[in-house]
Design a binder for this molecule. Sequence first.
Ligand code: TRP
Length: 376
Amino acid sequence: MGKIILTGDRPTGRLHIGHYVGSLRRRVELQNSGAFEKIFIMIADAQALTDNADNPEKVRQNIIEVALDYMAAGLDPEKSTLFIQSQVSELTELSFYYQNLVTVQRLQRNPTVKAEIQMRGFSDDASDNRAGTPVGFFCYPISQAADITAFKATTVPVGEDQEPMIEQAREIVRKFNSTYAPVLVEPEVMLPDNAACMRLPGTDGKAKMSKSLGNCIYLSDPEDTVTTKVKGMFTDPLHLQVSDPGHVEGNTVFTYLDAFCRPEHFGKFRDCFIGKKASFSFDSLDEVKAQYRAGGLGDMMVKNFLAAVLNDTLEPIRARRAELEKDLPYVYDVLRKGSEKARAVAAATLSEVKKAMKINYFDTEVLSSLIAGQKQ
Ligand code: TRP
């Protein structure tokens, strides 16, 4: 059987370069590798609503932003099915049945959900009915298992923070298959292969790039915005003078270079390292790092190089986005058709699930045997 991908993002904002190196770039490579029989890319609006119930407009506005980012980054509707989660109602039905296979205690142990509950400041005071954790939010790992299994996905390319979700989905699959019938497929997580891409820090050096922290570089940021953001980036606080030895580890500018820099960038942007006081000629990132550690290489030069590298990567994405923005009806049409296609696949899985769970009373043979059995 061929391999199948399912993955997606919550539409709570435009996608940033953390999404890009954490998952999106890989998806495009996998799509173009031809190694997958089917690829489903989902805009997880229903999941976004689990902690944005009072802000549906935000979720709605960001569906098109995420779709534009997807297609601009190279996801091709001819090769990948792009769809909207809420338009595939079979997913909520599957979630409802999977809820019986997961305990509250198991959900409470999910480290990502735990961290997210804390980050969002949901209160655990039972009398505080408004500020507590929404049940839908608490259960989103179950709904995510439905997303994955509805498409019989074998492979889920995601960032590191999503690993516990895939683990939980695997448990649900095993439980379902052993309780009812071997209908579901156990998915595998596919994480970024480069440590810098696992969790790209924000421009301020904070552990995570996140819209609420205001430390993002967006895929759609114009060139000068990217350059300004890079110039303001956190580096090595001990590297006060250019001549001081610098630290590369924990230095966000170098983390970004680890994630984005390619061999051809050294030839292309050699000029970035030519200065009034000092000039260098580097052929690899290791050489840049060695010079930075030794001292003499200023932050400004490295930042100029990073800005050039980022803009080089983002330019074709921006150009495609600008083209797509001129034809929004086409982009919505892609989503509509993708959602219809996804729905048919999810419906087929749902009917296998209902059969395995013996809740397919009105299937012809089932109905006649139920009647025959009752008469005896
Ligand atoms: N939780 C993912 C995110 O935060 C989005 C998502 C929803 C997802 N369902 C999924 C990812 C299924 C992979 C597989 O972006």
